[in-house]
Design a protein around this ligand. Structure first.
Ligand code: T4K
Length: 402
């Protein structure tokens, strides 16, 4: 990573602070030589997909790491959610947060299940059990919590609500691979949990996902659904889709899992550097990572209080772009503002005040192996200078927009 020396902000006519773009979700690569060895191996084997040995290895490895009986690998996290909710016979209405990536809701809507959006807790950013309970109707068939940015849901509170209403509770754990909660790995809560292994995740398969559970019957149904319902050659016993993970994807998964400690260590150091270099900055708060237990530190999230910072989150983000700092508004504007939900549920915002506020304030910052402490210090220096010059930055952005 090359750091440019410049005194003037790029938005005010200076040169970008970073020569190459810094992304949120820049893929981690793991040991390339090891990955290539695996690729050679699978090519030699002439076994490219359909329940191959690398997929088996990956499933066994993940189940062991999480401490559950079953892992069903899939071609992505969205299909994992679709298969999981379908295998649990969810239909009618399912309660989900709106403060999430759109796939959590789409996985339901795709199956003509209505996602009912519940608000999140303002301090933990995950489903508020009381809000969930208030939205349960006779049509509700399930609850999906999302461990947003790896922050664990209130698993006890949600389980109590689910048990009281005899509803299956599952988790979208797309962000939470490698995290623990209450002494157990995330992946072991609720009836089942779904991971994403998309390229932008801490551990990835280029594209991939997995469902983990202790329920072997459920896992059996999901394996059938993942493979067209085939129970053996020419024998189809269930309606199914194609959710299979291929061997080359599993090879990348095995390679990045091997690098998980190293990836987490890099992320943690970057997070500590962000905390240090942003300390005391008015209006910009770094969302704290949970203390104790395991955490992947994969998302570094700022919360911008426009009044105190002198700039809105969007203005700060816009001023960082020309510096080659490609921060992302994860997650904006709230799924309920996206189609088809905005048209189908135009009043949803009325029960989502926390989501409405948070989605205006949060900004995901670059981290991962593309950055180190020196880069983070420089980046935080840029944020400070942007805020120090807030009136001039605001004026420059307004001119650009005009
Ligand atoms: N549930 C939740 C809570 C999720 O966050 C997700 C996915 C899912 C479910 C569904 O899982 P999958 O079906 O995707 O497995 C990205 C990812 O595509 C998506 O997987 C992820 N969440 C979401 C949070 O982020 P976009 O639309 O923001 O992606 P994009 O293309 O803008 O890339 C993000 C950044 O990463 C960019 O700054 C560029 C950089 N990048 C991306 C790729 C693909 C790279 O540097 N290299 C790359 O190869 O959704």
């Amino acid at each position: 990573m090359t750091i440019q020396q410049s005194t003037e902000l790029a938005v005010l006519g200076g040169t970008p602070a970073f020569e190459a773009p810094l992304h949120v979700g820049r893929p981690n690569m793991g040991d390339r030589a090891r990955f290539m060895e695996r690729v050679e191996d699978l090519l030699d084997r002439h076994w490219l997909t359909n329940d191959g040995p690398y997929v088996h290895q990956l499933e066994e490895h993940i189940a062991k790491l999480i401490g559950v009986k079953e892992c069903v690998a899939t071609c992505n996290g969205t299909i994992a959610l679709e298969i999981l909710t379908r295998a649990l016979d969810m239909q009618g209405e399912v309660i989900v947060p709106s403060f999430t990536f759109v796939a959590t809701a789409h996985a339901l809507q795709w199956q003509e299940i209505k996602p009912v959006f519940a608000d999140v807790d303002p301090d933990h950013y995950t489903l508020d059990p009381a809000r969930v309970e208030a939205l349960i109707t006779p049509r509700t068939t399930g609850i999906i919590g999302v461990h947003l940015w790896g922050q664990p849901c209130d698993t006890d509170g949600l389980q109590e609500v689910a048990d009281r209403h005899d509803l299956p509770l599952v988790y979208d754990a797309a962000h939470a691979f490698g995290c623990s909660h209450k002494g157990k790995m995330i992946g072991s809560f609720g009836r089942a949990e779904a991971f994403s292994f998309h390229a932008t995740k801490a551990v990835h398969c280029f594209e991939g996902g997995a469902i983990v559970t202790d329920d072997s019957e459920l896992a059996k149904r999901m394996r059938l659904m993942r493979n067209f319902g085939f129970d053996g050659p020419d024998r189809v016993i269930y309606v199914g889709s194609n959710g299979k993970l291929s061997e080359i994807h599993a090879a990348m998964g095995l390679t990045t899992i091997e690098a998980l400690d190293e990836i987490t260590d890099r992320n943690k150091r970057n997070y500590i550097a962000y905390s240090k270099h942003l300390a005391g900055l008015p209006g910009v708060e770094l969302i704290p990572h949970p203390k104790g237990g395991l955490f992947n530190h994969h998302y570094v999230i700022l919360r911008v209080d426009a009044e105190r910072a002198g700039l809105t989150r969007d203005e700060l983000s816009a001023a960082l772009q020309p510096e080659n700092v490609l921060a992302r508004r994860y997650f904006h504007p709230g799924v309920h503002h996206m189609e088809p939900y905005a048209s189908l549920q135009p009043m949803a915002h009325l029960v989502l005040p926390v989501t409405e506020a948070l989605s205006q304030e949060v900004l995901a910052m670059p981290t991962g192996q593309q950055l180190d402490e020196v880069g983070v210090e420089k980046l935080c220096g840029v944020i400070r200078r942007v805020l120090d010059r807030a009136p001039a930055v605001r004026a420059a952005l307004a001119t650009k927009d005009a």
